[in-house]
Design a binder for this molecule. Structure first.
Ligand code: IPM
Ligand code: MN
Length: 370
């Protein structure tokens, strides 16, 4: 049996708690001989700053480059507000994305039947929702230069961020999105702001060209990102796959998360280019939610987004779609039984701790395995 090399980076806040539930699941899979994992653990974010005065060390970066996949918890918190910008907790995550060249961020928003009532939207709007947001992750305003604050000397300062996209960056993320659409309901919606931004004009042009050249069988639609955000809350089931840039993708995926009942439900996969020789690709898996310092250490966090992120690793890095499907089934079953973490509270449900939720999901996996 293949041994999968995993680097675990729990990070800050609720990161270690939700990662604990992945460790429980990995331990069970190992013990049952269902899959083999070799795990190493490292520091990232504020935890790394406290230990080493950087948001991720070169040694940990080297381990990330060697691993088959990285599992990432969350970073940040008010404790590190005063630290220099270059070594703020988030910088560790951005370095991982950039140095591992993880340009494709997949954020599936699925509304489990049992959670249609938990969304802030009407149940009929979200029931049965299954959409995929594909966010470009290594370009755009997150990394564009110049990125500066200059003192103008007259009591004024000037801040500059740069939104920049080259053709190849748009082409490769468009291909990831078109490929996914082909395996789903064959529809792609591209979102940008071509009415205001040059990068939006090019984005629109390039996605259309890739469509014409390589994917004429897929239905392509363009929406302006602001109106796309409105459509996401008005009637989200019109979408199948959405492709958008780094910043719009950040915002739109948080919006989409609430369609699923809670931000604590959304997993993500960040993928690099497939190596033509080995057929493998660099990958990092993380929940979309943050470090939630307000509830950290209290056993209140929802581990489902982290567990489902591990599920995406099974699917996209380890070719174990069978196990990923079982994990999704187990999550659905536990929710159907009425178990909820505090973020999902609804009438008639039982509020359980992070650990109890993780335990229940592993038990359900056990039942599914007979
Ligand atoms: C996300 C997060 C990150 C981002 C932060 C922590 C840098 O919000 O993954 O969505 O903005 O990309
Ligand atoms: Mn975000």
């Amino acid at each position: 049996m293949t041994t999968h090399k995993l680097l675990l980076l729990p990070g800050d806040g609720i990161g270690p708690e939700v990662m604990g539930e992945v460790k429980r699941l990995i331990g069970w899979l190992d013990a049952q001989g269902i899959a083999r994992f070799e795990t190493e653990e490292g520091l990232v974010g504020g935890a790394s700053y406290d230990a080493d005065k950087v948001s991720i060390t070169d040694a940990t970066m080297a381990k990330a480059l060697e691993a088959d996949a990285v599992l990432f918890g969350a970073v940040g918190g008010p404790k590190w507000d005063p630290v220099p910008y270059e070594v703020r907790p988030e910088a560790g995550l951005l370095r991982l994305r950039k140095d591992l060249a993880l340009f494709a961020n997949l954020r599936p928003a699925i509304c489990y039947p049992a959670l249609a009532q938990s969304s802030s939207l009407k149940p009929e709007v979200v029931e049965g929702l299954d959409i995929m947001i594909v966010r470009e992750l290594t370009g755009g305003v997150y990394f564009g230069e110049p990125k500066t604050i200059t003192d103008l000397g007259n009591g004024q300062k000037r801040a500059i961020d740069t939104q920049v996209y080259d053709t190849y960056e748009i082409e490769r993320i468009a291909r990831v999105a078109f490929d996914l659409a082909r395996k789903r309901r064959n529809k792609l919606t591209s979102m940008e702001k071509r009415n205001v931004m040059k990068s939006g004009v090019l984005w629109n042009e390039v996605v259309s060209a890739v469509h014409q050249r390589e994917y004429p069988d897929v239905t392509l639609e363009h929406q302006l990102a602001d109106s796309g955000g409105m459509q996401l809350v008005r009637w989200p089931k019109q979408f199948d796959v959405i492709v958008t840039d780094n910043l719009f993708g950040d915002m739109l995926s948080d919006i989409a998360a609430m369609l699923t009942g809670s931000l604590g439900m959304l997993p993500s996969a960040s993928l690099g280019e497939t190596n033509a020789k080995t057929g493998t690709r660099k990958a990092l898996y993380e929940p979309v939610h943050g470090s939630a310092p307000d509830i950290a250490g209290q056993g209140k966090a929802n581990p489902i987004a982290m567990l489902a992120s591990f599920g995406m690793a099974l699917r996209y890095s380890f070719d174990r779609g069978d196990l990923a499907d079982k994990l999704d089934q187990a999550i659905a079953a536990v929710l159907a039984k009425g178990l909820r973490t505090a973020d999902l509270q609804s009438e008639g449900s039982t509020i359980v701790s992070t650990a109890a939720m993780g335990e229940a999901i592993v038990k359900e996996m056990q039942a599914l395995h007979g």
